[in-house]
Design a binder for this molecule. Structure first.
Ligand SMILES: NC(=O)c1ccc[n+]([C@@H]2O[C@H](COP(=O)([O-])OP(=O)(O)OC[C@H]3O[C@@H](n4cnc5c(N)ncnc54)[C@H](OP(=O)(O)O)[C@@H]3O)[C@@H](O)[C@H]2O)c1
Length: 145
């Protein structure tokens, strides 16, 4: 079992749930994030039955409070090695026929949410993950960010 955590947003269904399963199977501890708690409870129970270590966070990543609470929880867990920035809205059909507000919400969840900008600086989730990744790359051939 790795001691490091992977944060998976949109982990309650679809691609995010598949990421959560795959990472847990590889020994990562998983912080699973989505709005609805029912889907999160289901995936957490499934992964724990399989021997995984899972924490859940039911929150809306469209809200500044939701992003901040997720960042705080992720950093409180300890070593966060990986952020799977997957939460988003699925749309289908022709782009020009989509509702503009729904497209904008999707962009906000994917791009603005995890960055969680505060006071003009990248949010703690991104900075925390970058810091851990930089540390894990230390040594010959390590690249600086
Ligand atoms: N499936 C495809 O063919 C495809 C193609 C291109 C891109 N994508 C992208 O891949 C990602 C996953 O797609 P999917 O098909 O797996 O979609 P999905 O089954 O609808 O899953 C979306 C996940 O994001 C969560 N979510 C949505 N809005 C959220 C918010 N505001 N705050 C927190 N969590 C939120 C959902 O849970 P809650 O509803 O409980 O919040 C759910 O866990 C999406 O970003 C999608 O745009 C998918």
């Amino acid at each position: 079992m790795n001691q490091v955590w992977a944060v998976v947003t949109g982990a309650s269904s679809g691609i995010g749930a598949a990421f959560a399963r795959s990472l847990a199977a590889r020994g990562h501890r998983v912080l699973a994030v989505a709005r609805g708690s029912d889907g999160l409870v289901r995936i957490a129970e499934e992964l724990r039955k399989a021997g995984g270590v899972v924490e859940t966070m039911a929150t809306d990543l469209l809200s500044a409070e939701g992003v901040a609470a997720t960042c705080d929880k992720a950093l409180a867990l300890g070593d966060v090695e990986l952020l799977v920035n997957n939460a988003g809205l699925s749309t289908s059909g022709r782009f020009l026929e989509q509702a503009a507000e729904r497209e904008l919400q999707s962009i906000r969840v994917k791009a603005w949410g995890p960055a969680g900008r505060r006071g003009g600086h990248s949010g703690p989730m991104v900075r925390g993950v970058k810091h851990r990744m930089r540390a894990s790359r230390a040594g010959p051939g390590a690249k600086s960010w």
